[in-house]
Ligand binder design. Structure first.
Ligand SMILES: [Zn+2]
Length: 395
C-alpha cells in the first residue's frame, strides 16, 4: 500500500519521525507490567525536547511520569496512558511481538493497539501543538504509568494523588485506550462500569448422608445462594450501562460419598452500572442473603469504582471529542461504558470530564495484536484537532 508519510515542522527543527516510527520504537521496549523497560525514559526525553517539564517517580517497580507544559491561564487538560503491556509469549505471531514489523500495511506487536498506538499518536499531536503555541492558553499534562494491565495499585492512582496534593484540578482527561469497534472514531467511552469481586464461604454442618436432618448441606445452600444472587433486580441500571453478576468459582472439598459437606467456597464478580457506588452493591448483596448471614462469611476484593461523564454546558470535553471525530471521519461516535475497567476512574471526579478515545480494540491482548497504519494516522489527526480546539484562545 502507499503511505502518506507526514513530516512536522517546528520552529527550530524539521522532524522526520512519524507516528509509525514512534509506535515501532515504543513496541520495541519490552515493557511487560510493571517494567517500563526504557519506554517511559524515552517518552520523557521526547516530551522534554518538545518543551514539557517531566517528573518521573518509581514506587514498587512501577514507573510513573507526569509531564507538564503551560501556555498561561486557561483550562487544564491531561492525556492519560500506559506503556505497559500484557505478556506475548507463545502463539503463532506473524512477526516477533516486540519488533513493530509492518505487514500488509499494519504495525504488529504487543501493545500496538493497547495502548502504545494511542501514545504514539498523542506524541505526534503534542509535538504539533507545541510547534505553534502563539494562540494557545491553558496547561497540558501527560500522565503515563507502567502499571495499568496489572493491579494498578501504584500507577495512575498515585499520579492522581500527586496531582491532588499539588492542588491541581483537571478540567478534562483524554485516555488513549483502544475504544473503536469497526472504524476509528466510531465508539468512545464516556465512562466505565464498576467492578467488584467477592469471596463467599458457606459454613454448614457435616454429617452422615443417611441422616440429613442432623446436617446443614453447604452444597444445597450454595444453590440457594446462587439463585438469589443471580436474580437480584438492579433498579438503578441505565439503558447504556447494565449490572451483571457472574459466579466465577465454586469449591466443595469433599472426598467421600457418604458425608454431607459442611463448607462451600464461592467466588463471584459484579460489573455494575454507574448508577451505583461499590457500597450500594455490597448493601444489595447483603440484603439478598440477609436471613442466611449466620451461615455465611463474605469478603470483598478488588473494588473498582465506576465513572461517568455527561455533557456539560460550558467547555465540554465530550462535545469537543465528538466534534474532532466528526471533523476527521465525517461521523459522530457512539458513546459507550462497556468493557473492563480503565485508569480513567482515577481521574474522574465532579470537576474532571474523562473520555476514552483510541484505535480499534479487535486484537488487543491477542496473538498478532496489530494496528493498521491508516487507523493510526486517523487517531493522530483526531488528537491533533482536539488539542488544537481545547487549547485555542478563541474557544
Ligand atoms: Zn490498555
Amino acid at each position: 500500500m502507499t503511505l502518506a508519510i507526514q513530516s512536522h515542522t517546528t520552529n527550530d527543527a524539521i522532524h522526520t519521525d512519524t507516528v509509525v516510527s514512534y509506535l515501532q520504537k515504543l513496541i520495541q521496549f519490552k515493557s511487560v507490567t510493571p517494567q517500563q523497560a526504557g519506554a517511559i525514559d524515552w517518552l520523557a526525553k521526547q516530551l522534554t525536547d518538545f518543551g514539557f517539564n517531566c517528573e518521573q517517580f518509581t514506587f514498587n517497580n512501577v514507573t510513573n511520569l507526569i509531564a507538564k507544559v503551560s501556555f498561561g491561564d486557561g483550562p487544564r487538560y491531561a492525556f492519560s496512558g500506559h506503556i505497559d503491556v500484557v505478556p506475548a509469549s507463545g502463539g503463532a505471531w506473524r512477526a516477533e511481538p516486540f519488533s513493530g514489523d509492518i505487514i500488509d500495511g499494519a504495525i504488529y506487536g504487543r501493545g500496538a493497539a493497547d495502548m502504545k498506538g494511542g501514545v504514539a499518536a498523542m506524541l505526534c499531536a503534542s509535538r504539533a501543538l507545541l510547534a505553534n503555541v502563539a494562540a494557545k492558553k491553558g496547561t497540558f499534562y501527560w500522565l503515563i504509568t507502567s502499571d495499568e494491565e496489572g493491579e494498578a495499585e501504584y500507577g495512575s492512582l498515585l499520579i492522581a494523588e500527586r496531582l491532588a496534593q499539588q492542588g491541581i484540578q483537571l478540567d478534562g482527561c483524554i485516555v488513549g485506550e483502544p475504544t473503536s469497534h469497526l472504524h476509528v472514531g466510531d465508539t468512545i467511552k464516556n465512562g466505565r462500569r464498576g467492578a467488584l469481586s467477592a469471596r463467599l464461604v458457606i459454613n454448614g454442618k457435616a454429617g452422615h448422608v443417611a441422616y440429613p436432618e442432623n446436617t446443614i448441606n453447604a452444597a444445597h445452600l450454595s444453590a440457594e445462594v446462587i439463585k438469589r444472587l443471580t436474580s437480584i433486580t438492579w433498579q438503578r441500571d441505565e439503558p447504556s450501562s447494565h449490572t451483571s453478576l457472574q459466579i466465577t468459582g465454586i469449591n466443595i472439598a469433599n472426598v467421600v460419598d457418604n458425608m454431607v459437606p459442611a463448607r462451600c467456597e464461592m467466588t463471584f464478580n459484579i460489573r455494575y452500572s454507574h448508577g451505583y457506588k461499590s457500597s450500594d452493591i455490597k448493601n444489595e448483596i447483603q440484603f439478598a442473603l440477609d436471613d442466611l448471614q449466620a451461615l455465611l462469611s463474605l469478603e470483598w476484593e478488588r473494588p473498582c469504582e465506576p465513572f461517568y461523564t455527561s455533557h456539560q454546558t460550558r467547555r465540554c470535553l465530550l462535545t469537543q471529542v465528538e466534534q474532532a471525530i466528526f471533523n476527521v471521519t465525517g461521523s459522530y461516535p457512539l458513546l459507550s461504558t462497556s468493557g473492563g475497567t480503565s485508569d480513567g476512574r482515577f481521574f474522574a471526579n465532579d470537576y474532571t470530564q474523562v473520555i476514552e478515545c483510541g484505535v480499534r480494540n479487535n486484537t488487543i491482548h491477542q496473538v498478532n495484536e496489530h494496528v493498521p497504519i491508516n487507523d493510526l494516522l486517523k487517531i493522530e489527526k483526531i488528537y491533533t484537532q482536539l488539542l488544537e480546539q481545547v487549547f485555542s484562545r478563541i474557544s
